[in-house]
Design a protein around this ligand. Structure first.
Ligand SMILES: C[S@@+](CC[C@H](N)C(=O)[O-])C[C@H]1O[C@@H](n2cnc3c(N)ncnc32)[C@H](O)[C@@H]1O
Length: 173
């Protein structure tokens, strides 16, 4: 039996489909891992942000710039916003009219499949790798979203969870 004819696109094909030049700031969609523990997750999220046309918001912690530099395997600078106090920064986003969507395993969470694409500027908040989104920040969410799981693990890697939700919010997934 013959299977479908599959031709993998070449790097040349792919380059023709992509943007010629990076945009310095997309701003419609912002991924916010505001309490990061592992630098590798920031690098993974940075790549997803580029793929879906989102910016990354990170706290000004001493180790974060180097983690981003190491994780940015693209050949151009990425759109990164720096936050001082994460709670105050989140409150400011809300005050300026952005929707704040938390990616969290919460009682009130909607399932990923029911999450609509972002219709206005949206900040997607991710939790700390061990302790999740702090209570003070949960109070600032407009909506929480959960990725359903059927396996034995209690949660996904934070960069994987963030990437799945980003695709949905960007209307690409
Ligand atoms: C390892 S989880 C934290 C686990 C748990 N909240 C805790 O306190 O132990 C780290 C972050 O990944 C994200 N996450 C992981 N799996 C998820 C899932 N299935 N649905 C939604 N968010 C998830 C959330 O942002 C969460 O705060």
């Amino acid at each position: 039996m013959n299977g479908p004819q599959v031709r993998v696109r070449t790097p040349h094909d792919l380059r023709r489909e992509r943007r010629r030049r990076p945009r310095s700031c997309w701003d419609h969609l912002v991924a916010a891992p505001l309490w990061p523990l592992h630098g590798a997750n920031l690098g993974t999220l940075l790549r997803t942000c580029d793929a879906v046309g989102a910016c990354l918001a990170v706290p000004r912690l001493p180790w974060v710039p180097e983690a981003l530099e190491r994780g940015n395997t693209l050949r151009h600078p990425a759109c990164v916003h720096w936050t001082g106090n994460p709670i105050r920064w989140l409150q400011r986003q809300r005050d300026r009219g952005s929707a704040v969507v938390g990616v969290e395993l919460a009682e009130e969470s909607v399932r990923l499949a029911d999450l609509p694409a972002a219709r206005r500027r949206t900040v997607m908040v991710l939790g700390h790798e061990q302790t999740g989104i702090p209570g003070e920040a949960l109070d600032l969410l407009d909506l929480a979203v959960e990725i359903p799981m059927v396996g034995t693990g209690s949660s996904l890697n934070v960069a994987v969870a963030g990437s799945l939700v980003l695709y949905r919010l960007a209307g690409l997934g």
